[in-house]
Ligand binder design. Structure first.
Ligand SMILES: NC(=O)c1ccc[n+]([C@@H]2O[C@H](COP(=O)([O-])OP(=O)(O)OC[C@H]3O[C@@H](n4cnc5c(N)ncnc54)[C@H](OP(=O)(O)O)[C@@H]3O)[C@@H](O)[C@H]2O)c1
Length: 303
């Protein structure tokens, strides 16, 4: 398939990752249909993916070559507290989407997470048995299984903690740390326990688009893929990096060497990237460079 003839449909197109995928795909001159829910607007069609008739109508009309399924509830504490509702979105809607994708002849990539692993035995290979620690991880793993069962040619892409250009600082668990760094009058502790491998959404979008191209070139390519960022950082390390690149203080922040409170998180869920590397797929944005670019405007706005 010629690159310019690719048409993708992105669910969660108003979200942190979805916006980046749309941007990259447009730069490649692909045709793009973006679906959103509460943030639908110009160029983003409102479709509630938990309502099968709405999904069926849009897929039959758009007939994409590949669906990138990025819509989900991804806040672990929200999934703990609203399990049935979020399971319906993360699992049931994903299963339905995969079945409908198959019926219109579209490939599908389900975006998943390193939280499917318990973090006790890194690095994790694509065929290692996942054992999620919290309900978010459980719903994402069930979503993976439902998509793979509903569509024999489906692909799953597991990614780590994400950051990127945000609409509000709390939109990413990384960018929200700017508030902590800026509150230099307030002594505080930040987790220095769980090891994370943050990725800029532009790098994930790059990987997604490279994977779409490979999937469309090779009908027998399917199953689980994953990519971890190349730098290991705790949340405390991220605060120090943010402070350094924005010339802010961090002496008010003390590293906390105990597990973070709230829903249990994996200690070290580093994923092995070799399956994608063997396909010559890779992307990397150095953390300090990426986070400075994302946060600079938030600091400038306040000066
Ligand atoms: N963020 C991370 O650190 C991270 C890490 C690992 C994996 N992931 C995975 O990456 C994917 C994208 O995450 P993200 O951070 O971009 O999420 P996000 O910013 O929270 O965006 C979630 C998206 O889902 C849409 N959505 C929610 N309910 C919907 C519904 N009923 N019907 C249709 N759309 C609905 C939202 O639309 P509206 O906003 O318009 O309502 C939004 O576009 C998810 O699958 C997540 O599990 C994320």
């Amino acid at each position: 398939m010629e690159k310019q003839n690719i048409k993708i449909l992105v669910t969660g197109a108003s979200g942190l990752l979805g916006r980046a995928i749309i941007k990259t795909a447009r730069q490649l001159n692909w045709e793009v249909a973006g679906l959103a829910y509460s943030r639908a607007g110009p160029g983003l069609e409102k479709v509630d993916i938990t309502i099968p008739s709405q999904v069926k109508a849009v897929l039959e009309r758009e007939q994409p070559n590949c669906i990138i399924h990025a819509a989900a509830e991804r806040a672990p504490d929200k999934v703990e507290n609203k399990y049935d509702e979020t399971r319906n979105l993360n699992v049931t809607a994903s299963e339905n989407l995969a079945t409908l994708a198959r019926s219109v002849g579209s490939r599908i990539i389900y975006i998943s997470t390193d939280y499917v692993f318990d973090g006790s035995h890194p690095p994790y290979r694509v065929d290692d048995v996942p054992e999620p620690l919290n309900k978010y991880g459980i719903t994402k793993l069930e979503g993976e299984k439902a998509v793979l069962a509903g569509h024999p040619d489906a692909a799953v892409l597991r990614v780590p903690i994400l950051y990127g250009p945000v609409e509000y600082l709390d939109e990413s668990a990384v960018t929200t740390l700017l508030r902590t760094v800026q509150a230099s009058d307030t002594p505080t502790t930040v987790s220095n326990y769980e090891k994370r491998y943050p990725m800029h959404v532009a790098a994930v979008a790059d990987i997604v688009c490279q994977l779409v191209t490979k999937l469309l070139q090779n009908p027998s390519l399917n199953g689980i893929f994953q990519w971890s960022g190349q730098e290991q950082l705790t949340k405390y390390d991220m605060c120090v990096a943010i402070a350094e690149v924005l010339s802010l203080q961090h002496s008010h922040i003390t590293p906390d060497n105990k597990p973070a409170p709230g829903a249990p998180r994996p200690y070290d869920s580093r994923m092995d990237n070799s399956r994608l590397e063997e396909l010559n797929i890779s992307a990397h944005v150095p953390f300090k460079e990426g986070i400075r670019e994302c946060l600079q405007e938030w600091v400038s706005q306040e000066q």
